[in-house]
Design a protein around this ligand. Structure first.
Ligand SMILES: [Zn+2]
Length: 352
């Protein structure tokens, strides 16, 4: 095992609230009772089976074995829960575990809208929004906040997700055109101009089937926008702690290179991308070329793990803690006791 710290001891890495702890107990019992079942996995890019183990647990303390393919550098979870288990997990425990809230909320919706703004900006800056009223399709849209931003900009929007409660919220509270299901369940009168998968591809079990399905659902001009948490930016987005990054819902863990390999294999070419990862692809007639990112990914993981404890003293770490300190200092709830004291004092003086 590459990272000894990730030995399976069932201890969570995150601070959890009572709802999250309840969900962990619920998922663990379903795994113990074989309600949720595991399946073995091979690299979806390479035919060869050379792989190395990275760790054995995730941030919630679930048993979660991650491996890196020696042939292409793709990291994946093996074994993982099968599709029917994940379907139930997404509809019952996932959002409560991940968002630490019982139901879809305005906060969640507006955080999605901010993501929508970021995606819009990225596409616009790269000249990929050709038509202001084009059709945007989002797979795994949650409550539909991303689509709501595009709708406000004049686009036609359509979304799909597996979480019933979030879909209902988006339809009822924000009048969005959303439905339950996968890409294969959606019936569209026209093909989308842009198709968005924001933090979704890393949850999909059969990547090659999904990409073949995308191929059937788009035209040669369709832009496929893919956003995933990039494993080469753990030092920026996860406090240099890979254990905060690993979560049981993620089945693949990408770099821009390993993500591009999966798309190349399925007949797409990269238009633009970064290690965040924000990326766009389109169909191509060219042949696939697979870049082996194994040495680079492995070196990054080992280096980041070594530097983990130094994170608070790095420029990124200092900036993050400085921001948190300022936000805490500006926390209005801290000012409430003073406001109450002033109000009481004013009331008393008025009576005199
Ligand atoms: Zn591979």
């Amino acid at each position: 095992m590459l990272l000894k710290r990730l030995a399976n001891d069932n201890k969570p890495e995150l601070k959890l609230n009572s709802l999250q702890k309840k969900m962990i107990t619920q998922v663990s019992s379903k795994l113990d009772e074989n309600v949720y079942k595991y399946e073995d996995v091979e690299c979806p890019v390479c035919d060869k089976k050379n792989k190395e183990c990275i760790g054995q647990k995730d941030r919630y303390g679930f048993s979660y074995i991650t491996k890196i393919c020696n042939e292409c550098g793709l990291i994946y979870t093996d074994p993982r829960m099968n599709q029917s288990s994940y379907n139930e997990f997404y509809n019952t425990e996932y959002r409560k575990l991940y968002n630490a809230k019982k139901t879809a909320t305005n906060d969640f919706f507006y955080s999605q809208r901010r993501k929508g703004e970021r995606i819009y900006k990225y596409l616009n800056e790269n000249n990929l929004i050709k038509n202001k009223s084009s059709l945007i399709l989002e797979i795994g849209c949650g409550a539909g906040g991303i689509l709501d931003f595009f709708k406000e900009k004049g686009h036609k929007v359509k979304g799909t997700d597996l979480g019933q409660e979030y879909i209902t919220y988006g339809v009822k509270e924000h009048g969005l055109d959303l439905e339950i299901g996968f890409l294969s369940d959606i019936k569209l009168e026209e093909k989308p101009d842009i198709i968005i998968y924001s933090h979704v591809i890393e949850h999909i079990l059969d990547l090659n089937s999904e990409l073949q399905m995308i191929k059937k659902s788009i035209t040669k001009d369709t832009i496929v926008y893919i956003e995933v948490p990039g494993i080469k930016e753990i030092h920026k987005n996860y406090q240099s702690n890979i254990l905060k990054y690993f979560q049981n819902a993620h089945t693949y863990h990408f770099t821009l290179e390993t993500l591009t390999n999966v798309f190349s294999k399925n007949g797409f070419e990269l238009i633009c991308g970064n290690q965040f990862v924000q990326s766009t692809f389109k169909l191509t007639n060219g042949t696939a070329s697979i870049k082996n990112d194994y040495e680079d990914v492995k070196a990054y993981i080992v280096r980041t793990e070594k530097r983990r404890l130094l994170y608070p003293f790095t420029v990124i770490g200092l900036k993050k803690y400085a921001n948190l300190f300022v936000l805490k200092a500006l926390d209005v709830s801290k000012l409430r006791p003073f406001a109450r004291k002033i109000k009481t004092w004013l009331t008393k003086n008025k009576q005199h």
